[in-house]
Design a protein around this ligand. Structure first.
Ligand code: ATP
Length: 322
């Protein structure tokens, strides 16, 4: 659905160049939720603005739903942009308009007739669970409700792709969870493809099927979460499931075990202890449900030679590092 190839964007700032996006390739499949994770200044916002061509990349191509946006002149680009919509961290609502008025705004701009507009606004507010707050002004709404208005407004033109620029980072944990649930619901009900940028590992954990880690304008790893969890040394896997430092006892070796998919639900540790007749000590970690799969990391201590234990676990689909 979104295909970005060889994207570069450099800013000239106070006499020197800042390579905000430095050669990014990105592939987001139709109907998936894809998260780009990175620290402040990594280039995430610039990447997002280049995807909808709010910012012209210096080089590289952006294709959305089979249309190469980077090849289009101004007018064609404006029309093609209707396939994409965007939501923001600070909601960007018009304070002088009610929730319904904010949602109606893009429909007014594109000349949708009044009766049709009213019907669409009611439908959109219902979709985001805000029917009873239609007449409220932004100042009378909570942060989560404001973001719901932002989402309804973004969906007004019937886009196929939603771009989310840190949509939950101004919200408390419970509200964040409810907005993430809403995005997941829209993804499933409308088949909406979502590309989001975030600095929060939990956002990726909760709703993304695929993700990339961005640093200094580049992706250091990218792909389906189920694949990344199987990559030895994956920063994302370590970030999703951090493990506390642990000390091995005499005669014991430590192993870090990553499990995902079927292996996450197998009684691996008891089978390991029983089969090899060794003691297995669980030091840290656990298994959780992610959007795409069940997965986890465990730090364990095993007695005796660790090689057969590692081989046993690998044989059953786990990734093992010592
Ligand atoms: N319009 C601009 N002019 C000059 N430099 C810019 C501009 N926009 C971004 N930058 C620089 O490009 C780099 C990447 O910024 P960007 O905002 O894309 O990162 P980010 O990962 O989204 O971080 P944040 O979450 O803080 O916005 C930073 O060094 C930033 O200072």
């Amino acid at each position: 659905m979104i295909q970005v190839s060889g994207l570069h964007k450099t800013y000239r700032s106070r006499g020197h160049d800042v390579r905000a996006v430095d050669g990014v390739d990105l592939h987001v499949r139709e109907g998936e939720i894809y998260g780009v994770l990175g620290q402040s200044g990594a280039g995430k916002s610039t990447l997002l603005r280049c995807v909808n061509l709010l910012e012209r990349p210096d080089s590289g191509t952006v294709e959305v739903d089979g249309v190469e946006l980077t090849a289009l002149p101004g007018r064609g680009l404006r029309a093609a942009r209707h396939r994409l919509c965007m939501i923001h961290q600070h909601f960007a609502l018009l304070s002088s308009r009610t929730a319904a008025g904010n949602v109606a705004f893009p429909l007014e701009v594109t000349g949708v007739p009044r009766a049709e507009r009213h019907r669409r606004v009611a439908e959109l507010l219902d979709l985001v669970g805000l029917t009873d707050r239609a007449g409220a002004y932004p100042a009378q709404l909570s942060g989560g409700q404001k973001q719901r208005v932002g989402i309804a407004r973004a969906l007004a033109a019937g886009p196929k792709v939603l771009l989310s620029d840190e949509a939950t980072s101004a919200l408390d944990p419970d509200t964040t969870r409810s907005i993430l649930d809403l995005l997941l619901d829209l993804n499933r009900r409308l088949g909406l493809t979502i590309l989001l940028i975030t600095h929060e590992m939990d956002v990726v954990k909760t709703i993304c099927q695929s993700a990339a880690v961005m640093r200094d304008g580049r992706f250091t790893e990218a792909g389906a979460l189920t694949d990344l969890l199987r990559e030895p040394g994956s920063e994302l896997a370590r970030g999703l499931f951090p493990l506390a430092a642990a000390q091995a006892r005499d005669g014991e070796s430590l192993l870090d075990v990553t499990v995902s998919g079927d292996s996450a639900d197998e009684p691996l540790l008891s089978a390991l202890a029983r089969t090899l007749d060794i003691d297995v000590r669980l030091l840290d970690g656990g298994v959780q449900s992610l959007a795409a799969t069940r997965a986890g990391r465990l730090r364990i201590g095993v007695t005796g030679d660790p090689a057969p234990a590692a081989a046993f676990l690998r044989d059953r689909g786990a990734l093992v590092a010592s």
